[in-house]
Design a protein around this ligand. Sequence first.
Ligand SMILES: Nc1ncnc2c1ncn2[C@@H]1O[C@H](COP(=O)(O)OP(=O)(O)OP(=O)(O)O)[C@@H](O)[C@H]1O
Length: 289
Amino acid sequence: MTDDLRADKGVLEEPPAQDDVADALLVVDGLAKTYPLPGGGRLTAAEDVSFRVAPGGSVGIVGESGSGKTTVARMIVGLVRPDSGTVTVGGRPRAARTPRRRSARLARAREIQMVFQDPYLSLDPRLTAGQCLRTALRLHGRDEALAVELLERVGLGGREAEARPRQLSGGQRQRLAIARALAVEPQVLVLDEAVAALDVSVQAQILELLDGIRRDTGVALVFVSHDLAVVQHITDEVLVMRRGRVVERGPTRRVLTDPADPYTRLLLASVPGDGWDPDDAVAARAALA
Ligand SMILES: Nc1ncnc2c1ncn2[C@@H]1O[C@H](COP(=O)(O)OP(=O)(O)OP(=O)(O)O)[C@@H](O)[C@H]1O
């Protein structure tokens, strides 16, 4: 999409820090998805969503429930097929379908890994943490002994290595899910509300962990969250989504301290803090609708 078109669509476009396509690791271009509505017509879950992330970069996607964040995350990973748009990792366009050949499937998994809100659903309940990591390492032709290093990397010790997912705390399970994703050595990690279910102190530990990992490994992060405070800590740039469209984007600090779009202002006004009045937040929403 050209800048003129973007301006026509009312999307505020600041030159992102990672503006050079050649430097971008992940290029998301014009992703769109609609779903049929029960009474006819179609719901726009995502419309013309484009952004780029450099190696070691971190982009946040924020918005309220139903704004289209998960749809975008799932299209990037390949769990939802876009109506249009492309996803390119390291200069290679991702195929629309999961390839049949095993080697191609593994190569695709090494491009992008995803961490979900509830790691229970993605972890095999029968495997201990150590077995889980060794299985992933073996599958990708890596040395199984690296499991110890990975556990250490995410702050899990020998006791946790022998535990199955149900014997771990929510924070430990999420650490394991991150370690398993890293076992694949992905270029991009997409995290969908990955810390939403954790209490604030555990959230902080996981965010710190992710920040260290992206600095050390150069993995690019796409961080989907409804929580502006979370995004503030982990991302360089942020996209604000409303009703499937990106209504604002820019450096995270700027967007969160000096928002240009009324919807971003509303999101910020909705966060409880000093002098916060729920009536004001409700009134602001009514004015925007
Ligand atoms: N498989 C589907 N079929 C029909 N509609 C869907 C489907 N998946 C999502 N939607 C709709 O698309 C819109 C965007 O949903 P999405 O889950 O992407 O939003 P979200 O911002 O991630 O919300 P949340 O934070 O609640 O997960 C919503 O209106 C949702 O009801």
